[in-house]
Design a protein around this ligand. Structure first.
Ligand SMILES: NC(=O)c1ccc[n+]([C@@H]2O[C@H](COP(=O)([O-])OP(=O)(O)OC[C@H]3O[C@@H](n4cnc5c(N)ncnc54)[C@H](OP(=O)(O)O)[C@@H]3O)[C@@H](O)[C@H]2O)c1
Length: 337
């Protein structure tokens, strides 16, 4: 790797999908750590759909990405230089390293990662971190499921959604997943133990929900929004809980598509509650240990797709918004060793 630091700076705010023209790629000198600073080499950049929201002028759950600066990004890297005893060179660390090769951080901005030898390193920035915590806590704390409940999950074959489906099954729920394409639906049936899978691109979602949820819907884990959410809300039971995780169908749009079925929350005395994984950080160690155990005993499946090279980051984003990703989408910026 050269001793210059390749950075992708956001220079204008996208309308619609992020494209190359919204960024300038610059070469800066590799940073040199000062007192108390740690030099980290980025290895994996996680490409979640919500990264698109950070590019907007309007504040999301993060302040807007400043223009002219390296794009914010959720990364896993390795400490290259450090005088901090707890984080010596060679330690894998999670941080907000951004779209660049190296960055400087203070110790309190980094979390050491100690991967299990049988679990891929990249899982520790995704399924065994925010994605897993979102799925577990969103379902259990917001969804308040009871054994026997019917759970419907959207973007069910995605990284969060597929974990929700499997955790739901483990909790004794009847799980119905909605995903785009026959291949994703097959994977949900074969590997995630769902009772039914609906291909929203090819099937009549309302008719399939009627067939697969004859007792109505008790819990919804909503990742998408838009017209499919209306069809789900049309079928909720009295007292249903809707865990609103995200609205990916609107992330490239100027405004969120509103739902015509909100009155159903009134009709059915139902509760829809938005949440952020940040609300559940205190449960991280306990939940992640449980999920890691399930991965190790083979009872929790996940998929990861890794594109090589920071120059493929927009391709990775595009895959997420066109349903081409199978599970977690990452970019490998540099080798693990
Ligand atoms: N609340 C939180 O703290 C929190 C934390 C993490 C993630 N999330 C949310 O969880 C959701 C899933 O995130 P993820 O990282 O697991 O991504 P993901 O589901 O692995 O990937 C995104 C998937 O969304 C679907 N999709 C993309 N554009 C769509 C559109 N216009 N209409 C309908 N479906 C579309 C595609 O699946 P199909 O092929 O099936 O259409 C795509 O594969 C997002 O809404 C995200 O913001 C929330």
């Amino acid at each position: 790797m050269s001793e210059t630091n390749t950075q992708w700076n956001l220079i204008s705010r996208p309308e619609g999908e992020a494209r190359r023209e919204h960024f300038e790629v610059v070469q800066r000198p590799k940073p040199v750590p000062g007192p108390g600073e740690i030099l980290v080499r980025n290895i994996y950049l996680f490409v979640p759909p919500s990264m698109r929201l950070w590019m907007n002028e309007k504040e999301s759950y993060f302040p807007p990405q400043p223009l002219g600066q390296p794009m914010m990004g959720i990364t896993l890297g390795i400490v290259e230089k450090s005088t901090v005893a707890d984080l010596p060179a060679g330690t894998y660390v999670n941080g907000m390293g951004g779209w660049q090769q190296w960055y400087l951080a203070s110790a309190d901005q980094l979390q050491a990662v100690h991967p299990h030898p049988r679990v891929p390193l990249a899982a520790y920035r995704t399924v065994l971190e925010a994605q897993g915590l979102t799925a577990y806590c969103g379902l259990t704390e917001i969804g308040q499921p009871k054994p026997g409940d019917t759970l419907v999950v959207t973007s069910a074959a995605g990284s969060v959604g597929s974990l929700v489906c499997q955790i739901g099954r483990k909790l004794g729920l009847r799980v119905v997943g909605i995903a785009g394409g026959a291949e994703k639906c097959r994977w949900l049936l074969d590997y995630c133990g769902v009772a039914g899978a609906i291909d929203y691109r090819a099937e009549d979602v309302g008719a399939r929900l009627d067939a697969l949820c004859p007792q109505g819907i008790d819990v919804v884990f909503e990742n998408v929004g838009g017209p499919v959410m209306d069809l789900i809300l049309d079928r909720i039971n009295t007292g249903a809980r809707i865990a609103l995780s995200g609205l990916i169908a609107s992330y490239n749009a100027a405004t969120v598509q509103s739902t015509r079925s909100l009155m159903q929350l009134v009709n059915k005395s139902a509760r829809m509650e938005g949440f952020l994984v940040l609300n559940f950080l205190h449960r991280g160690p306990e939940v992640i240990a449980k999920l890691q155990d399930w991965i190790l005993d083979g009872s929790l499946q996940y998929q990861m797709e890794i594109l090589d090279g920071l120059d493929r980051v927009l391709e990775a984003m595009s895959r997420v918004f066109h349903g081409q990703n199978h599970g977690v989408q990452l970019v490998r910026i540099s080798p693990e060793q």
